[in-house]
Design a protein around this ligand. Structure first.
Ligand SMILES: [Cu+2]
Length: 358
């Protein structure tokens, strides 16, 4: 039977060969919502207004695998290093954006533990890392070729041994798509947290970052299919590139950063992670890739929350102290307080940008 190419494409879109995958449903900043692109139909009106670059479709290749970890182009934005999105999302420095993922398949649709997502399919994998990187677009993100960009890490989360997956999501993952490990006890993978939170991930734009256009490289790294001799095995990287127009910025430029093809080794510990192995110890999971930008990490160390602050001058302090904040819960860790950040200016900053601890 002869099939036209478009018919085949439609079938592939509707029935992916491999369970899983997905894409960005929408990105929000404050009261602004911007829809992710329709990856399967370029005529969708959302595609003329989106700030998110098109990812791989759910059919092959679907995600980036270890053999391509050294490929700057694929690793920067999957297939979209040279295919910008048409718009940028305006966001103030110090504000956060929320990225909502959508599964390409319905295994978790309406299931317990998925944060009440019912309008579309939730993200389907629960074991894996989440990373957020940023680069300057050197001007206009809608014309930016990110192939050789240097990326700076804003956040990286693996498995949090101080938390446990919800009993509901653990049960939901029991049969499909894959059973959750560790099978018992503590260990909350960042990806499970994302699913429990309604397939949502929050990214904080550093308050000290200079105004200008930047692109976020938001990456989900699913680890449910450990590497074997099969080149299609190993961690699956899902990379969403989101174009931002940062306003009300500070005085910090990004460092040079790391090219996407140099973030992870094709045969390093990350490529070879095996969460099912008897020798796997979730307490010893190494954080893949370069360190978090010190502009961000010094605040994490001081306050135990994943937002940033820069050392503030007296004028800013005075400005914040007039905002009448009476609802702060800052808990600066005294032992780790290795910077000039004080409890007071952390509290002031948090009040200033409206961030709650989580
Ligand atoms: Cu998948």
């Amino acid at each position: 039977m002869m099939l036209t190419r478009s018919f085949v494409a439609l079938v592939l879109a509707a029935v992916p060969f491999v369970a899983g995958h997905g894409q960005v449903n929408r990105v929000t900043a404050g009261s602004t919502t911007n829809k992710g692109p329709n990856q399967y139909w370029s005529g969708d009106a959302a595609n003329a207004d989106t700030v998110t670059r098109i990812m791989y479709k759910a059919s092959s290749p679907a995600y980036v695998l270890f053999n391509d970890f050294d490929d700057n182009s694929k690793m920067s934005c999957e297939g979209s290093a040279r295919s910008p999105a048409p718009k940028t999302l305006k966001v103030s420095a110090g504000q956060s954006i929320n990225v909502y993922w959508q599964g390409a398949t319905g295994e978790l649709h309406g299931k317990p533990g998925t944060g009440g997502v019912t309008a579309y399919d939730p993200w389907v994998h629960a074991m894996g890392f989440v990373f957020d990187y940023i680069t300057s677009c050197d001007g206009d993100c809608t014309k930016f070729d990110s192939t050789n960009a240097g990326w700076t890490k804003l956040n990286g989360q693996g498995i949090d041994m101080s938390q446990t997956i919800s009993p509901e999501l653990r049960q939901t993952m029991q049969d499909k798509p894959e059973e959750y490990f560790p099978r018992n006890g503590p260990g909350l993978w960042a990806m499970a947290k994302l699913v429990q939170d309604g397939s949502k991930w929050t990214i904080n734009v550093p308050s000290s970052l200079k105004s200008g256009q930047y692109m976020i490289r938001h990456e989900l790294a699913a680890v449910h299919n450990p590497k074997t001799s099969d080149p299609t095995s190993g961690p699956q990287l899902y990379i969403a590139c989101i174009q931002l127009d940062v306003v009300n910025g500070g005085d910090r430029s990004l460092p040079e950063g790391t090219q996407a093809g140099h973030l992870y080794l094709t045969n390093g510990a990350f490529a070879n992670i095996d969460v099912y192995s008897d020798s796997f110890n979730p307490r010893n999971v190494e954080m893949p890739g370069p360190p978090i930008w010190d502009e961000v990490s010094m605040y994490v160390a001081a306050a135990g929350v994943d937002v940033d602050v820069h050392v503030r001058d007296a004028t800013e302090e005075a400005a914040d102290s007039t905002t009448g904040n009476n609802n702060t819960q800052a808990s600066a860790g005294s032992a780790k307080q290795r910077t000039a950040i004080t409890k007071r200016n952390i509290a002031a900053r948090r009040a200033h940008v409206g961030i709650q601890s989580h």
